[in-house]
Ligand binder design. Structure first.
Ligand SMILES: [Zn+2]
Length: 376
């Protein structure tokens, strides 16, 4: 990693940091750090944030990011709650708006984004990030396959950038959420972690050594169609039986609840129905939660991360699974004597999904600006 990149990374990660602290962490010389800082300062990307006085030694000037240097747009597309946000470079949401398009037509989404930018952006928007559930080619900006949006081979990034004139990136929604947690959330001070997302489908975003791990085909973390059951009553929507999604997704929970109460339930009414039938709700949430806990324990064993998180989509009413997930996790986790992987529920991460989409654009902005600064 170049010195320029490290300096910007540390300022973003710590919010406020002195050049002396950057020197201690990186081991680079004072002069090379100072010129990297100067370049970013001249651009207006970083600024001074006051002075800290240690008991001994000279006062130190703290550096911080100028978050309103430019803005980004994040768009969350998972067919339930489709939302756009305008954020600063720290991922702080300045404005948000629901998408009009209920049918998720790519051109309509592009129009909605363009209108949103025209209405609310007072600073230049440097990038648009789209978080879509499904299989994504993030390099080409194509949604290869998404059951929730119904898209197959949709070049969504170029459709949006053609309409807005702004560079646009697309990422799997679990990856985007993991990126938001890495930059602004629970993962800020962790080295490696995994976020398991629970909605109609199940996915995972994997962060290793503070970078998103996508794998060879961009499908790393697609754990929803890994076989976990041996004799499930249900066939997964992918056609296989015994997938994790067939026994533990919101779709599966809806189906199991419907069978138990003898009437149809939809994912829209799932939360209300779960409260209405507490006995049956407890049964199905225990079953599904135990399987999810097992999946988390499996991931924790394979990757040995600092933490695993589970993020139920907020509108589904699935927060009551915490006990069952925790139980399943601890019964399946390989016992280690010290520093075991921790498990945490990310229940109220409502705006983190859209901030995750924005963080894709934020990361790309910093990559571009860093190489421009270095070559300037
Ligand atoms: Zn499946």
């Amino acid at each position: 990693m170049s010195i320029q990149k490290q300096v910007l990374h540390l300022i973003r990660q710590h919010h406020e940091i002195s050049q002396a602290e950057i020197r201690t962490i990186t081991g680079h010389s004072a002069s090379s750090i100072s010129s990297a800082v100067k370049r970013a300062q001249n651009l207006g990307l970083i600024q001074e944030a006051g002075v800290t006085q240690e008991a001994l030694g000279r006062p130190r000037t703290l550096l911080t990011l100028n978050p309103s240097f430019s803005y980004t747009i994040g768009v969350q597309l998972n067919a339930y709650q489709n939302e756009m946000v305008l954020t600063d470079l720290q991922g702080k949401v300045i404005h948000s708006r629901g998408l009009h398009s209920s049918e998720l037509q790519p051109q309509q989404i592009a129009d909605d984004i363009a209108t949103f930018i025209a209405d609310v952006a007072e600073q230049p928007v440097v990038g648009v990030g789209l978080a879509v559930s499904g299989i994504i080619d993030h390099e080409q900006g194509i949604c290869l396959d998404s059951t929730t949006t119904g898209w197959h081979n949709v070049p969504i990034a170029s459709i949006v950038s053609a309409r807005t004139g702004i560079p646009t990136y697309v990422e799997n929604d679990a990856n985007a959420l993991a990126l938001a947690e890495l930059l602004f959330g629970e993962g800020r001070n962790l080295q490696s972690f995994i976020v398991l997302t629970l909605g109609k489908g199940i996915g995972a975003g994997i962060v290793i050594d503070r970078a998103l791990y996508r794998g060879r085909n961009g499908i790393a973390g697609e754990v929803g169609h890994v076989r976990v059951a041996t004799s499930s009553d249900y066939t997964c929507h992918c056609g296989k039986s015994d997938c994790l999604e067939a026994v533990a997704s919101a779709r599966a929970i809806t189906r199991m609840l419907s069978d138990r109460i003898g009437q149809p339930v939809s994912t829209d009414t799932l939360g209300a129905t779960l409260s209405q039938y507490p006995q049956q709700a407890a049964e199905v949430l225990t079953l599904a939660g135990d399987r999810l806990g097992g999946a988390l324990a499996f991931l924790a064993t394979v990757f040995d991360p600092d933490a695993v998180f589970i993020a139920p989509e907020p509108h589904l009413g699935l927060s009551n699974m915490q006990g069952a997930v925790t139980h399943g996790f601890h019964s399946d986790l390989l016992p280690v004597s010290r520093n075991p992987t921790t498990l945490k529920f990310l229940e109220e991460a409502t705006d983190m999904w859209a901030r995750g989409a924005a963080s894709i654009a934020i990361e790309r902005f910093f990559e571009t600006v860093t190489s421009e600064l270095v070559s300037a």
